[in-house]
Design a protein. Structure first.
Ligand code: BGC
Length: 779
């Protein structure tokens, strides 16, 4: 029997507006029509491109154009967005029922599936802090299954723009500042999702600021583009991702949705990408002809610019049918390639936020907690808490007891239940008095803290401080891109709805959950805590020596003003629906503090690259994150890769050897302490000539996360593809692996003075060049 809420949820997944134009006159057959026959041929071994050509040949001109944008008409779609339809149902595109072609149905991420009462995982940045590839792949699997349960087939939650500056409003949606680290996690997510659905990686490229995203032109040189801003996209393309979403901003003077260098020369010709490219939403392309010529396949999410302009442009020969067919063929070939995956039975709604997925969310929340500071009080580190002696615990701060899952824009997940920090601790400490106070009254808070054995302060940000941003002066200008109303009555209704309720509201399908509205945060205004939060820390720390601060944020927070006042600090993120339980697991020592920072925390804002919230032009170079700190000799407050554990580790016998196309690092890690713990072994490396060159002196080449029982050991093997040592030759536009001596540092973070140095000779006398397939070729 289907519960009423399930039935209502299933009904809400319907389509918007007239999407039936091509759902008539079935071309017959019981074998799924032309598309079905092509899919069978692909299953039997036919090349998907060849099979796609048959399908395209069977399409009418109208159907081929239909495949080049979203299926819903523009004004009906916009009205739906403005009146609560966002995140209620997938965005459909390229469905041609006459030929049995399903098209695709898009749903956002990355912290889960944004439609329906889905599992809310910790944000990607938190998952980046786990450095746990296997976990990310399992999260991908869970998301892939939930995606199918809500009727979607394309997951838009693989966000890999590197964190260039911690103020970036959507920092939480990516995994960190380092392209290799980001690439490995995103590849794992993609692998997991694509066992059940298609994945889409975004936003190509250089989309690392929010408020200015619709206007900013990013100037970036060839070397920085390829070595810093693209490797993680390439990694996901190599993993076989189905789709790529272009960014809103422009790169080197060309809007990303119309940028042939990015979408064709690099993505397809150099990397060999075989999937399809979609635009970012509504303002992702401005010129229909230029977008087709550049290699953008599908304009999303509605019939907007192309519907208006392409028929005329075809008549005037500004664009050819060959260009159109090229895009449609790529799209159809990808759908054919994924036909068997998408043909698996669709799970029911009971899968959403099911017990197993909640357990996975809790595992991720616990593994993501980064222990930044843990000083002794009366000769014992404050954490983990001694459950035998803690009788009364003060939990302080407004963020300790609210639903605070992160961004309220495209990544918002309407999960049915949320365990706050207070809930999580109270559940795990049944014989302890867990006392909550919101922290607004400093004196009252200090009073509660003074009467407690330990005080936990939960501070940081919400979607009001950081997140996706739609608004400001540019919107009026961008509205000029809207097509003339196809239905004047609808257009008028939309304008009225926006005038009365200016924010797009996400609409929960979950009872008792109030819509919070679209994020207002955008890029952060400050990298420090709110003044009242810093005052709260001062007031509480003054009266309770066992004060722990948990920081909720999507990226780095500067703690210089108050860190020395408290013995313990953890970064606990927007940690998902089970965040409070995961935090309790770590604070109580049921799980080791095993998270490691996926970014550098500065002592001072001045140590960061420039960041202008409202810029219309910006220059991106190779200098951000730990590379910049290393170049400038600035000590970070906490380096990239850093995280304390409740135990200690020692490394033994690390060595590196060339094995085929890989450099392989092997060694043993001993857990020296009396409890199980997590270590993350990190390999940083460089050609010996890099230190004197203009490029970052070292790179993160590989890493391995190991969990080791008390006083036991683990053998670690880290495989580094030689391609990862390659540098971009900006003049010849190719990759070169320079022969000679490479220096490898095997350490526990980017600034680890105790790192072990290995010296490796790589193919002396031979230059290794990398072709498009990423295999080294001599020459
Ligand atoms: C965001 C994308 C998102 C899309 C659809 C855009 O505003 O930039 O990341 O996938 O909306 O919601």
């Amino acid at each position: 029997m289907v519960a009423d809420s399930d039935r209502e949820f299933s009904r809400s997944l319907g389509a918007v507006g007239d999407v039936t134009r091509h759902q008539v006159e079935d071309d017959g057959g019981t074998d799924g029509g032309t598309f079905g026959r092509a899919a069978q041929a692909v299953s039997a071994g036919t090349d998907p491109i060849e099979a796609a050509r048959w399908v395209v040949a069977a399409m009418t001109p109208d159907e081929r154009l239909w495949c080049l944008d979203g299926d819903s008409p523009f004004w009906a779609g916009l009205e739906d967005l403005g009146t609560g339809g966002y995140h209620k149902r997938p965005f459909p595109a390229a469905r041609v029922e006459r030929l049995g072609m399903p098209g695709f149905a898009f749903s956002d991420g990355p912290r889960g599936v944004v439609i329906g009462p889905a599992t809310c995982f910790p944000v990607s940045m938190a998952r980046g802090a786990t450095w746990d590839i296997d976990l990310e792949e399992r999260i991908g699997e869970a998301i892939g299954r939930e995606l199918r349960a809500v009727g979607a087939t394309l997951y838009g939650g693989v966000c890999v723009n590197v964190l260039r500056h911690p103020a970036w409003g959507r920092a939480q949606e990516t995994y960190g500042e380092d392209p290799n680290h980001v690439g490995e996690l995103a590849a794992a997510l993609t692998r997991g999702v694509q066992r059940h659905a298609m994945a889409c990686v975004k936003h190509l490229a250089c989309n690392s600021m929010e408020n200015a995203r619709f206007v900013v032109d990013v100037t970036v040189d060839e070397v920085s583009l390829h070595e810093v801003f693209l490797p993680q996209f390439r990694r996901v393309v190599d993993e076989g991702v189905a789709a790529v979403m272009s960014a809103y901003n422009s790169v080197n003077g060309h809007w990303c949705g119309e940028n042939g260098t990015l979408l064709s020369d690099i993505l397809r010709d150099e990397w060999g990408f075989e999937g399809f490219v979609i635009s970012d939403w509504i303002f992702g392309i401005r010129d229909a002809v230029a977008s087709v010529a550049a290699g953008l396949d599908v304009e999303m999410p509605y019939r907007m610019i192309r519907t208006q302009d392409l028929p005329g442009a075809l008549e005037r020969h500004e664009v050819s049918w060959d260009d159109v067919d090229r895009s449609v063929t790529r799209l159809v070939a990808t759908l054919l390639r994924f036909h068997d995956v998408l043909g698996s039975p669709r799970p029911g709604p009971e899968l959403l936020a099911c017990r197993q997925h909640k357990a996975l969310a809790r595992e991720a929340a616990a593994k993501s907690v980064v222990l930044l500071r843990n000083e002794p009080v009366a000769s014992t580190p404050v954490l983990p808490l001694d459950q035998a002696t803690v009788r009364r615990m003060a939990v302080i701060g407004r963020l300790a007891a609210v639903r605070n899952l992160g961004d309220g824009g495209s990544s918002d997940v309407w999960t049915p239940t949320v365990v706050s920090a207070v809930d999580g601790l109270a559940a795990e400490l049944p014989s302890c008095d867990v006392v909550y106070i919101d922290g607004a009254d400093l004196e009252a808070s200090a009073d509660v803290a003074a009467k407690s054995d330990v005080a936990l302060i939960v501070v940081g940000y919400t979607r009001e401080d950081e997140g996706e941003y739609i608004g400001g002066d540019t919107m009026a200008h961008l509205a000029e891109l809207f097509p003339g109303p196809d239905d004047p009555e609808l257009a008028q209704r939309f304008i009225t709805s926006v005038a009365t309720e200016p924010r797009l509201e996400t609409s929960p399908t979950v009872p008792n959950v109030e819509p919070l509205g679209f994020s207002t945060g955008g890029d952060r205004r400050s990298l420090r805590l709110h003044v009242q939060d810093e005052a709260l820390i001062e007031a509480v720390a003054r009266v309770n020596p066992r004060t722990i601060v948990a920081i909720v944020a999507g990226s780095a927070v500067i703690v210089s003003a108050w860190a020395h006042r408290v013995p313990a600090i953890v970064q606990s993120w927007y940690a998902g629906m089970e965040g409070g339980s995961g935090l309790a697991d770590v604070l109580l020592g049921n799980v080791d503090a095993g998270g490691h920072l996926p970014f550098t925390v500065p002592i001072d804002e001045a140590h960061l690259p420039s960041f202008e919230r409202d810029a219309d032009a910006a220059t991106y170079d190779s200098w951000h994150g730990w590379w910049l700190f290393e170049r400038d000799g600035n000590a970070p407050a906490f380096p990239f890769g850093f995280g304390l554990s409740y135990t200690t580790f020692e490394s033994e016998g690390f060595a590196a050897a060339l094995e085929g196309d890989d450099l392989v690092v092997r060694g043993r890690v001993h857990n020296m302490g009396p409890r199980r713990g997590t270590d993350v072994v990190q390999v940083y490396g460089a050609h010996e000539s890099w230190a004197a060159s203009h490029r970052p002196a070292r790179r993160l080449l590989g890493f391995a996360r190991v969990e080791i029982d008390a006083r036991d050991h683990a053998d670690v093997v880290i495989r580094i593809p030689l391609a990862r040592l390659a540098v971009r030759d900006g003049d010849r536009r190719c990759w070169i692996t320079e022969p000679g001596t490479y220096l490898l540092d095997i350490g526990r973070h980017a600034d680890d003075r105790a790192a072990k140095r290995l010296v490796v000779d790589v193919t002396p006398g031979t230059e290794l060049r990398h072709d498009g397939s990423n295999k080294p070729v001599n020459g």
